[in-house]
Design a protein around this ligand. Structure first.
Ligand SMILES: *[C@@H]1O[C@H](CO)[C@@H](O)[C@H](O)[C@H]1NC(C)=O
Ligand SMILES: *[C@@H]1O[C@H](CO)[C@@H](O)[C@H](O)[C@H]1NC(C)=O
Ligand SMILES: *[C@@H]1O[C@H](CO)[C@@H](O)[C@H](O)[C@H]1NC(C)=O
Ligand SMILES: *[C@@H]1O[C@H](CO)[C@@H](O)[C@H](O)[C@H]1NC(C)=O
Ligand SMILES: *[C@@H]1O[C@H](CO)[C@@H](O)[C@H](O)[C@H]1NC(C)=O
Ligand SMILES: *[C@@H]1O[C@H](CO)[C@@H](O)[C@H](O)[C@H]1NC(C)=O
Ligand SMILES: *[C@H]1O[C@@H](CO)[C@H](O)[C@@H](O)[C@@H]1NC(C)=O
Length: 647
């Protein structure tokens, strides 16, 4: 497998060399102000991305030499669900088993990428079909070993990038998840970049040491997302459907013998119809009229991602999918020395779409890829997806395929392999039996506070720093921040076990400008405090709004000169609004070494500071935190899927 990595790197370097000639002959590429910076850098063109992800696994300097649209169609004659599948003789089956997760994957040290005043983005079609994506992934895999919805780490092991510079001017555009994403990185600098049209976050780094995110400009997150998470579930499960079709699988569904081929064909048709609507730029009205079933299952009424939504996230080890941190983690699992400075963040709209998760014998029912078996939507009057009012199974091609796949796995008919892993499925035999029958009645129990993959819902957090020692968040402006979430689902029998329990009624979340949790100062002596200074938040929409939220047992932090412009108050839709929120158990005495110091220049009085007294919930809080940490270790993920789903 070592050879494979080498092969890919030589492939990418060769193609870049070939392009070098073009630069010399193209005076429009001679961007004068940058020429010194990018001297010796290899030009990147669309051609470098035709085969898929550009893998950078050796030190080097690169620059964009034209606007790049990542659209790696491999074979137009295949169904849309297979058009973009990587060539596994070139790309690692495990890392790329769920498709091209990045335009550029950097797994080396000393790499400089100059955007060179050009842009790089995912095509709208690829963004539709590949829902997990980063323009730049700072590793050879999007997840650590045994973490995530499948096993992504190949025989080469997980390799992360260090000493990476991503330098603007230039634009990092459309991405189904992140602009830049990484795990376990060191020395990452992202400067002067314009970010636009990312769905989850412009930058998300887990367990990073020494990062500078400075002077970047976020114009907006993506506001034309056509579909919700359920569409991703459809495309992912379709690959299992194809395998089941090829082995002539069939079973009773709702009392009638049904072949995998029939279900696969209907599912494919739905995906193709949705692709048609997106690729021809058809209106939602057209979508609804022409393809009502597809519209009912997949249409995104808010046109923004229906899950977690940030500008910048710094987190400890492991993916940021659980609740907010509480106790300080051990140093090796914390990010350190982070600077988020002088960024302009504008026009962020988020929709926390709570997906009620069916629970059987204490276990959340998710399919082989970790997507929830969705029986109902949390809101809207037409909310039944896979259950009828009388409690019988309601057919739809996505649920049918999830059920068939579960049944085949339970019968031992699907071997676990890197491209079609089976361990993640938790759909139980009793649910399969229910769906097979025409008149069995299910009285579902719904677990709330999770999204379509049962990630903990956390509301909106524009800048989130968590599990971190030593950070400066300064000089950032956040303007036009809008909450589009619905009210929380009411018929919950339990709540996500990884959720913050400070207030379950805020399960679809508050709007936080800056959230820090389980953070401390620089260095082990705590002599130098972390800083949250000179940030501006303005024009925020939401029911509960908090300018700066210091969560968990955070310590050693200085907060001053922040300006929360709440001149828009009072407003009917805003129920609670605080410039600053602290927990009573944190030490906020001025000048204490480990205290949270509130400076005199935040322009707020006591009425704008909320002190949460959650002492009575301490025990539960601690239990949750243990789960949170376990997840970060990664051992829980060996079971597959979201570890909380198992409890
Ligand atoms: C410059 O390169 C383009 C291809 O990028 C080619 O079509 C053109 O002929 C070249 N011009 C010269 C003067 O070499
Ligand atoms: C490119 O820029 C360099 C440095 O500014 C300049 O010397 C050179 O003439 C330029 N070349 C073209 C083709 O514009
Ligand atoms: C980048 O491009 C814009 C217009 O596309 C131009 O106004 C600007 O001067 C360029 N910046 C640099 C550094 O070349
Ligand atoms: C405030 O933000 C909302 C939504 O983001 C936007 O529609 C509105 O124009 C903004 N208002 C001002 C005064 O900028
Ligand atoms: C909640 O449960 C009640 C009683 O079972 C039912 O009448 C109501 O429709 C449910 N609401 C939703 C949103 O499912
Ligand atoms: C915090 O809440 C507990 C229990 O509700 C109460 O006993 C205690 O007095 C409260 N502390 C403060 C400072 O309000
Ligand atoms: C967004 O915030 C949530 C949680 O506070 C509320 O329940 C929603 O009603 C609110 N949505 C809108 C559109 O304001």
């Amino acid at each position: 497998m070592k050879l494979l990595g080498f092969f890919i790197s030589s492939l990418s370097i060769h193609s870049s060399f070939a392009k070098g000639r073009r630069l010399a002959n193209n005076s429009k590429n001679n961007i004068s102000s940058d020429v010194n910076l990018v001297e010796g850098a290899k030009c990147l063109y669309n051609e470098d991305f035709e085969k898929g992800t550009l893998i950078i696994d050796a030190p080097g300097k690169y620059k964009l030499c034209e606007d790049i649209i990542f659209d790696p169609i491999q074979d137009r004659t295949l169904p849309i669900t297979e058009m973009y599948l990587p060539d596994f003789s070139v790309y690692d089956e495990k890392a790329y088993g769920m498709g091209f997760f990045a335009a550029i994957a950097v797994s080396a040290s000393d790499v400089e990428i100059y955007l060179n005043n050009f842009s790089i983005e995912q095509s709208a079609s690829h963004a539709l079909m590949q829902r997990f994506f980063a323009i730049i992934e700072l590793a050879n895999s999007p997840f650590l070993d045994s973490v995530g919805p499948a096993q992504f780490v190949g025989d080469d092991g997980f390799k992360s990038a260090s000493k990476v510079l991503i330098q603007g001017p230039g634009r990092i555009g459309r991405s189904a998840h992140h602009g830049v994403h990484g795990n376990e990185n060191q020395d990452i600098t992202i400067k002067d970049v314009t970010f636009q049209d990312f769905e989850v976050a412009a930058v998300a780094l887990n367990n990073v040491d020494n990062a500078v995110i400075q002077n970047n400009k976020i114009l907006n997150n993506r506001h034309d997302v056509p579909i919700i998470g359920a569409f991703s579930a459809a495309t992912q499960i379709s690959h299992y459907g194809k395998a089941l079709r090829d082995m002539n699988f069939g079973m009773k569904i709702k009392g009638v013998y049904t072949t995998a081929e029939e279900v696969y064909n209907s599912l494919l048709k739905m995906i193709e119809n949705t692709y048609f609507v997106e690729s021809r730029n058809k209106s939602p009205t057209f979508f609804q009229k022409r393809f009502p079933n597809e519209y009912h299952l997949f249409h995104n009424k808010n046109q923004v991602v229906d899950g977690p939504c940030y500008a910048f996230v710094i987190h400890g080890k492991g993916p940021a999918v659980g609740g907010f941190g509480f106790d300080l983690a051990e140093s090796s699992k914390m990010s350190s020395n982070i600077h988020i400075k002088d960024n302009t963040i504008d026009n962020i709209k988020c929709w926390t779409n709570e997906v009620p998760a069916t629970v059987v014998d204490g276990v959340v029912q998710n399919d082989a890829r970790g997507a929830i078996l969705q029986l109902i939507k949390s809101t809207s009057n037409d909310n039944l997806l896979a259950i009828n009012n009388d409690g019988t199974y309601k057919r739809n091609p996505v649920a049918d395929m999830q059920i068939m796949t579960a049944s085949a796995i339970q019968q031992g008919l699907l071997d676990d392999n890197p491209v079609l892993q089976t361990v993640v499925n938790t759909i139980s035999p009793s649910i399969v039996e229910w769906a097979s029958s025409s008149n069995d009645v299910l009285t579902p129990q719904y677990r709330c506070n999770g999204d379509s993959m049962h990630h903990t819902v956390k509301g909106m957090n524009v800048i989130r720093v968590e599990d971190c020692e030593g950070f400066t968040i300064s000089g950032n402006t956040m303007n036009n921040i809008e909450n589009l979430s619905d009210t929380a689902f009411e018929n919950c029998s339990s709540y996500h076990l990884g959720a913050s329990i400070e207030d379950t009624t805020t399960q679809v979340g508050s709007v936080r400008g800056i959230s820090v949790a389980a953070v401390t100062g620089y260095g082990t002596e705590f002599q130098s405090k972390s800083h949250i200074v000179s940030n501006v938040l303005s024009n925020v929409t939401g029911r509960i709004i908090i300018g700066v939220d210091v969560q968990g047992k955070s310590e050693s932090c200085y907060i001053d000169h922040n300006n929360f412009d709440d001149s828009f108050l009072p407003r009917d839709d805003v129920e609670e609004c605080y410039a600053l929120r602290l927990r009573q158990f944190v030490d906020s005495s001025v000048d204490g070494l480990q205290s949270i110091d509130i400076g005199p220049n935040n322009g707020i009085d006591e009425s704008q500071i909320e002190m949460l007294n959650i002492s009575t919930d301490f025990e539960r809080m601690r239990k949750l935190d243990e789960l949170h940490k376990k997840m970060n270790i990664g051992s829980e993920w060996k079971l597959g899927g979201c570890p909380f789903g198992r409890r």
